[in-house]
Design a protein around this ligand. Structure first.
Ligand code: CP
Ligand code: NVA
Length: 311
């Protein structure tokens, strides 16, 4: 098994294809033996610190539960609980946490905070969502896709909506695994050019096709997988009205749009979802939706990731 010892996982860029597959294989293995005697000892004596600048349901609960199931311990560190809130530097926080913990997972607004945290940490740092990336989500998405579609190569994935953190890592994840991805985003809300460039560079190795467009119908045409995310991400509340006006009329995933996808296409969403905004209730709660498997898989991939990083 590939070990990831002492790596920081800030985006899918930090993992090569072999490492991604190792995480997914290990996750599948753990999933089949949740809470067996042997898995309850895998991280015995290890502690994970979980720094949260923003709210979370899935990330917090799945990391904390995952550590517990592996025999380890997790400490929730809201930023208001840390001296960070009183002006202690990220550098000194990183140095201090490294003295006590085995790993830090952090959810931050500004990705540069994570880069700083990882630079001054002597223990692995995992991105639990920043304004640029969400690697744990994409690992869970890839596991879910593999479970439903058996392999990656040549699948067509349509991303509909905001070219933001989840989309960014999905572009890289698809490029690395050979999935063709078309991201349909409104003008001005496309993923950053440098991330598209990185993805295209990765795609050369796997033959995957990376397209960014403003046209949702062409993106969904013949898709095996249709994915969206909230139109108003954490930290974007002041843009709520303008975003809803731009996104909902053209970029909502509804049954009309899903008709262009393949008959056996699956629908995915990282959650939390706003029903009847980015996706209609009939789609997210319909037969093509795999959102609950996707959410469950956060637990399994993160347990695998933690084992490979700190065991
Ligand atoms: N998908 C995801 O990261 O959910 P939370 O914001 O609830 O952690
Ligand atoms: N794009 C969303 C993802 C939430 C998991 C956000 O940043 O709020």
């Amino acid at each position: 098994m590939n070990s990831l010892k002492n790596k920081h996982i800030l985006s899918l860029q930090d993992l090569d294809l072999n490492e991604i597959i190792s995480i997914l294989d290990f996750a599948t293995n753990l999933k089949n033996k949740i809470n067996t005697k042997s898995s309850r000892k895998l991280l015995e004596g290890r502690t994970l610190g979980m720094v949260f600048q923003k709210p979370s349901t899935r990330t917090r609960v799945s990391f904390e539960t995952g550590m517990f199931q592996l025999g380890g311990h997790a400490i929730f560190l809201g930023t208001n609980d840390l001296q960070l809130s009183k002006g202690e530097s990220i550098e000194d926080t990183a140095r201090t946490l490294s003295l006590y913990l085995d790993c830090v997972m952090a959810r931050v607004y500004d990705h540069r905070d994570l880069e700083k945290l990882s630079k001054y940490s002597s223990i692995p740092v995992i991105n639990g969502l920043s304004d640029l990336f969400h690697p744990c989500q994409i690992l869970a998405d890839l596991l879910t896709i593999r479970e439903y579609k058996k392999n990656f190569n040549g699948l067509n994935l349509a991303w509909i909506g905001d070219g933001f953190n989840v989309c960014n890592d999905l572009l890289i994840g698809c490029a690395k695994t050979g999935i063709n991805i078309t991201a349909a985003c409104p003008s001005g809300y496309e993923p950053p050019e440098w991330i598209v460039k990185i993805s295209k560079r990765e795609a050369v190795k796997t033959g995957s096709r990376i397209i960014v467009t403003n046209e949702p119908i062409s993106a969904v045409q013949d898709a095996d997988i249709v994915v969206t995310d909230t139109f108003v991400s954490l930290g974007k509340d002041d843009e709520k009205i303008i975003r809803e006006n731009i996104f909902i009329p053209k970029y909502q995933v509804n049954s009309e749009l899903m008709k262009y996808a393949k008959d056996d296409a699956i629908f995915m969403h990282c959650l939390p979802a706003k029903r009847d905004q980015e996706v209609t209730s009939d789609v997210i709660d319909g037969k093509s939706s795999v959102i609950w498997k996707e959410a469950e898989n956060r637990l399994h991939v993160q347990k695998a990731l933690l084992c490979l990083l700190i065991r």
